[in-house]
Write a protein that binds this ligand. Sequence first.
Ligand code: ADP
Ligand code: MG
Length: 727
Amino acid sequence: MSTLRFRVVEEAFKKKAAKVDVPAERPSEYFGSLVFNRAKMAKYLPAKAYNAIVDVIDNGKPLTPGIADAVAAGMKQWAAELGVTHYTHWFHPLTEGTAEKHDAFIDYDGKGGVMEEFSGKLLVQQEPDASSFPNGGIRNTFEARGYSAWDPSSPAFIEGDTLCIPTIFIAYTGESLDYKVPLLKALDAVNKAAVDVCHYFNPDVKKVYAYLGWEQEYFLVDEGLYAARPDLLLTGRTLMGHESSKNQQLEDHYFGAIPTRVTAFMQDLEIQALKLGIPLKTRHNEVAPNQFELAPIYEECNLANDHNLLIMSLMRKVARNHGFRVLLHEKPFKGVNGSGKHNNWSLGTDTGILLMAPGKTPEENLRFITFVSNTLKAVYKHNALIKASISSATNAHRLGANEAPPAIISSFLGSQVSAVLEKLENSDSKELIIEGKHGLKLDIPLIPELLIDNTDRNRTSPFAFTGNRFEFRAVGSSANCAAAMLALNAAVAEQLILFKQEVDANIAKGQEKVEAILDVIRKDLKESKAIRFDGNGYSEEWKEEAKKRGLDCETSVPLIFDAYLKESSVKMFHTTGVMTEKELKARNEVKWETYTKKIQIEARVLGDLAMNHIIPVATTYQTLLVENVSKVKKLFPEAKANALSVKNLEIIEDIANRTILIKEKVDAMIEARKVANKIECEREKAIAYHEIVPMLDEIRYHIDKLELTIDDQLWTLPKYRELLFIR
Ligand code: ADP
Ligand code: MG
């Protein structure tokens, strides 16, 4: 081992678990202590202001300057009591992270001093100088202003000395520049459309919520080792590194005992998350070594998404207090599983009904099947778009590989639900409506609730029904879930609107309500049948079969993004009011540009490492071998010397060949980048960069081979066996 490597590895292995500040109270007592939630509002706002703001949050009533001032005053008082000195609008630009700019509460008091000040105006709207956020050309420099505006549906919270106010982010001209605006619009659209459909079954429903329960996978790496890997530092993944002899083949990590250093990190993170109102519930080891998962109890989708963004930034901070770095990249290490972020999604009413859960009566099951069928139809119709919503340069390493969902969207329903749908599809509505003693009776087969819980899980399905929800498994671990959630909710909203129109038309023609519903469901199930697939999603046969079924099988990420601009997508986003064509176009510019930049950075880092780490080390070792061979020649007679040097000569040759190949391939990659960089059109440029991706793998292949040959004492970069096993 090289001295540098030895030092960092030794440090890493010596580290003990950090001490965690465990509060004296129970979690139920400190949960939400750093959140300006309803209890805090009730305490810090005058009764009139409290009622008014609740009306704004629950019923979408307009926010008046008077209410805003009252809320701001209450918020400031609460925050000041907790030692807070600054505030910030907290928003989600198109960067996959969050943005914040802190301002102190101070202002001149008119008497030569300063005082703490926070008005409703500052709470409600700000004008960050935001010309450096990705905007896809929406903001010309002369109208570079962007506005951040308060989202009262997600409560303000405290991080350190700063009050964070969740906000939307829009351009001066009104277009959205973030993920929150279209997400909120999609949630509103699905609420309205689902309430209308619910009224066929439950006329008292006033609101339908979309729920999201995300499961965040991540890797931890010791920070000393991390610092010695420029590729991890700059790209979030290892661009080289031979597989460790032992990795996940013994299947001994999944659900295994959590190392104490990691347990301390998790405990610390959970305490801080609970204080921020994030209901973390589950933690466990994942499949790959050093891979873990955490999941909260599901929440309303907008809040759940804010909480996911918050937890990602919190994880990064807390990890550093424990001498770790968190890797949220979808594929930090070759040869072991990558990380995803399952999005458990469902719809539920204000009256407490989970619309994706089977019920106890045939009527409840008709409602359940209505929502399942509409979801399947939406996912079928927009399968290319839904895939685009989770695609990125980083997630591309996961999709299609033999561990994660394939790059084809399909839905697994389990045998119970599949059987019911089959029956519905192939029978006459009249057969299903039986005239009984008590009038009309529905003959929809009952779905035993207990059995549903144990649906034979199909881990290969990207969109699986899991008892009372759909689990969208293709989302990447580093992604902002909003991209997937806004596409899914908007698509389902569009479909529910169409469904209602068709059912109403049937009723207008004189059909009974139930018969009218069953007729449309039967037609929809037939039309969307191609999306249902219960088999092995990793198999080659499925790729063939999916192509025949007309599902989108594109694997090039820049081309997958085209789905956003398909006529059906533009129409869907327009009718649901979620995004305009101008916004979609601008966002695609950002997507292509981001794709290009990610590959560009990786290519540069790999090129640099190859040239100034790998080739020099390889050459040094080669020189040692050459010296050895010439010394052997001096010591022994020629024939014997030749015989003794055979193996070293082979290694010398192998190193020479590989260094030549590495150099040639790095040069070719640089040339390809030069050509690509000249392309003006972002889409074309991204396509050109997509061609560069395999070059990285080719270079890596030779580097990884060299890693196996070269004297371990010379190799400075920490190896997989050191990076992947926390002691
Ligand atoms: P698994 O790994 O078996 O999928 P986890 O316990 O890790 O399960 O995560 C399941 C996630 O699904 C949790 O976040 C949970 O709150 C969420 N969830 C459960 N029911 C629903 C539902 N009806 N709608 C949305 N999310 C749900
Ligand atoms: Mg899980």
